[in-house]
Design a protein around this ligand. Sequence first.
Ligand code: GLN
Length: 283
Amino acid sequence: MSASAQMTRVRAIQWARQSIDRLDARLLLQFASECSANALIADPDVVLEEAQWTRFQSLVQRRAGGEPLAYLVGEAGFYGALLAVTPDVLVPRPETEELVDWALDVLRDQPAPTIADLGTGSGAIALTLARARPDARVMAVDVSSAALSVAQLNQQRLGCANVALIHASWYDGWQAADGLDLIISNPPYIPADDPHLSGDGVRFEPRLALTDEADGLDAYRAIAAGAVARLKPGGWLLVEHGHDQGAAVASLWLQAGLVDVRGRLDLSGNPRMTGGQKPARSA
Ligand code: GLN
């Protein structure tokens, strides 16, 4: 289908529905024709311009081929904010909002906390914490300079002056003078041989952010190894992980000398987060 003579908004959506989800079709049409959700509902019979129809068809085809909606429209919602995303960063996921909730819980009684987000990507975790806690100082660390550019754009958009972007692999070459109250991370944790890597959506995401090219635990080993030296007494290490990695991550946390090690379920009931604390005073 390519003629646009009488291609109205409603007919365009009907065409797209043959290959993609209804909500995605609506969002892509809004994006391709620069119209609001309200306008789409109020005026379904508006005829698309030729260029809008062409753009919409191409977006629908890409979505039908598995490209994440967030990459097609260049943004994604996270914790009530709209973040810029590109194929240089993971698409922020709802489970990660729950990791942020946990972090806000553990920091509740800690004034002016110092936080490091390791592998920040779009900056989703770091910027959300910085917004929720304007008294915090947040270090957003990533080894990918392309990812840091996206995080920087988001920092500017959201106006978070209390975030420092750091180009580094995990802890290499930077330090927080007085120690950290929280180390938080959603690192690459998919094992290299997991078919999920070539699955719908995921295969368009940056491999560096998804897998360690090994057993899926390398990032946790590196993060655990450096944590106790950098945390303040009583400081927390909280991470997201795969549904079957909780026991392995917990044992790395214990080996590293963390205490009060515990997992947390996501809203779907899967064990997707593990945390532990540096002992309150060294024995
Ligand atoms: N949650 C992502 C997925 O399963 C993976 C994110 C990650 O590796 N940090 O698709």
